[in-house]
Design a protein around this ligand. Structure first.
Ligand code: GLN
Length: 493
């Protein structure tokens, strides 16, 4: 029998249905692999006892013929999702020891579908970052290495632990969140598939907030089909989140094999960035050829406000973050550092509890929202956001079904290599992904090849609002044409 941790989510589901193995065996195989992979630092909390209890309950339901769509399938949960009775910290010291009294809607939906929780997964602090280096638990080490080198690379971020866990086969799939690229960029860096659904497709209830108008949950998985299975379980209406839409969730898995015949795929000329490596340009070209060969029409389009997206994002996101993070005051959750009086206690708690990047965002956000600067920065960024959204609306109104772009401007970089002198160097990772959050649209990253150093590269497809199905269909065409990337050898085990 093949190694159970090498299976895709769909293969594991089918194997359970055929009784080739039990949910308990499948879960135990992952727990054993997790123990051997601790050097990757992908999990910040392993919950093996809970996992085995959930797996046994799944086996009982399978025996009774009551299996849910993800019955018995072990997954990891980004530490941004509140899990009842299980420590949740957003990988920040300020939430040290916080044990939620409630379950996020996303995880509740997954458990309802029968999934098994392996543990809580490392991420950038409050999901702010592109390399998983801002985590209070330390960086995640990517399972990928450059050919002939054992230098430690980042898995991307902020959902770096989710991407690393899936690539390292210590979770069949994982939850993740994306505010500016945090699902798609780590997926691209690790040869995994990640989809950020349309804003409002997934409930934000019980997910630690970063920038509420941009945050969306989504999955990171081994294949396009697995991502479709995960999103189908995660998505859906929720009365507890007013921005979550009351729309039925389509059969995403059925959309995977739909093909792209007759679709019009837009190629935005503004995504051809100066200084972009020739390999990325070449991959993008290949993506066009693959989609064309599968029957799509390739159309050059223009999204003229693209270049303003990153600067506008770095005003809107910190502004919302500064407001959201005001609640961490040492009174209600997590860390409290005693002080002379209450103000001193607030100040000491926040000074000690937040890391450098989070403090930087709070300061920028407070500044752009302050009287006298609000109009010049925040209001202007909001207007730019409207223009970015309009660019996409015009493209879709002209008959474009989806847009193809590179997922990231480079492959993975080394731990400690970027952003220490200039944070903008790190922010530039998201040039191709932030536009999608600003417009509230769905975007998927699909592995499309390896670069000259042997590291994965991804392509991104951007869809119409609430048309994740086309992304699964087109994503599958790319996956099939590129050939599934062989996972990295388990040097850590
Ligand atoms: N890298 C971006 C940031 O640091 C996006 C993070 C995210 O999507 N959560 O804000």
């Amino acid at each position: 029998m093949t190694n159970l941790t090498d299976l895709t989510l769909a293969e594991a589901r089918d194997g359970l249905a055929k009784k080739d193995f039990s949910a308990r065996e499948l879960t135990q195989a992952h727990i054993d692999a997790m123990e051997k992979a601790r050097d990757l630092n992908a999990y910040v909390l392993e919950t093996p006892d809970q996992a085995l209890a959930m797996a046994e309950a799944s086996d009982a339901r399978i025996a009774k013929g009551e299996a849910g769509p993800l019955e018995g399938l072990p997954i990891g949960v980004k530490d941004l999702f509140c899990t009842k009775g299980v420590r949740t910290t957003a990988c920040s010291k300020i939430l040290d020891g916080f044990v939620p009294a409630y379950e996020s809607t996303i995880t509740a939906n997954l458990w309802q579908a029968g999934a098994v929780m392996l543990g809580k997964i490392n991420c950038d602090e409050f999901a702010m970052g592109s390399s998983n280096e801002t985590s209070a638990y330390g960086p995640v080490v990517s399972p990928w290495r450059r050919e002939g080198s054992d230098a430690k690379l980042v898995p991307g971020g902020s959902s770096g632990g989710s991407a690393a866990a899936v690539a390292a086969r210590i979770a069949l799939a994982a939850t993740a969140t994306d505010t500016g690229g945090s699902i798609r960029q780590p997926a691209a860096f690790t040869g995994t598939v990640g989809i950020k659904p349309t804003y409002g497709r997934c409930s934000r209830w019980g997910t630690v907030a970063f920038a509420s108008s941009l945050d969306q949950a989504g999955p990171i998985a081994k294949t396009v089909r697995d991502a479709a299975m995960m999103l189908a379980a995660m998505a859906g209406p929720d009365a507890k989140d007013a921005t979550c839409v009351d729309m039925p969730v389509p059969d995403y898995e059925a959309a995977v094999d739909r093909g792209v015949k007759g679709l019009r795929i837009g190629i935005p000329k503004e995504y051809r960035m100066p200084g972009m490596p020739a390999e990325i340009e070449g991959l993008w070209e290949k993506g066009r050829d693959w989609l064309r060969a599968a029957g799509a029409e390739i159309v050059e389009i223009s999204l003229p406000h693209t270049r303003y997206a990153l600067p506008a994002y770095y005003i809107v996101a910190p502004a919302e973050a500064s407001s959201n993070l005001a609640r961490y005051d040492g009174v209600r959750y997590g860390l409290r550092v005693p002080g002379r009086d209450i103000v001193d206690m607030y100040e000491k708690t926040r000074a000690e509890g937040f890391g450098r990047e989070v403090k930087r965002r709070i300061m920028i956000g407070t500044y752009v929202l302050s009287a006298g600067y609000y109009d010049a920065y925040y209001l202007r960024a909001q207007k730019i956001r409207t223009l970015i959204k309009r660019d996409f609306e015009e493209a879709y109104a002209s008959g474009i079904d989806a847009i193809l772009t590179p997922a990231t401007p480079s492959s993975a970089f080394g731990i400690g290599e970027k952003g220490s002198a200039d944070p903008v160097e790190m922010y530039l990772n998201d040039v191709f992904t932030v536009t999608v959050n600003m417009a509230g649209l769905p975007g998927i990253a699909v592995p499309a090849g390896l670069d000259a150093q042997g590291l994965p590269l991804g392509l991104q497809l951007i869809g119409r609002a609430f048309d994740e199905e086309t992304l699964f269909a087109a994503g599958r065409v790319i996956e099939e044409a590129a050939g599934r990337i062989a996972p990295p050898p388990a040097w850590w085990a």
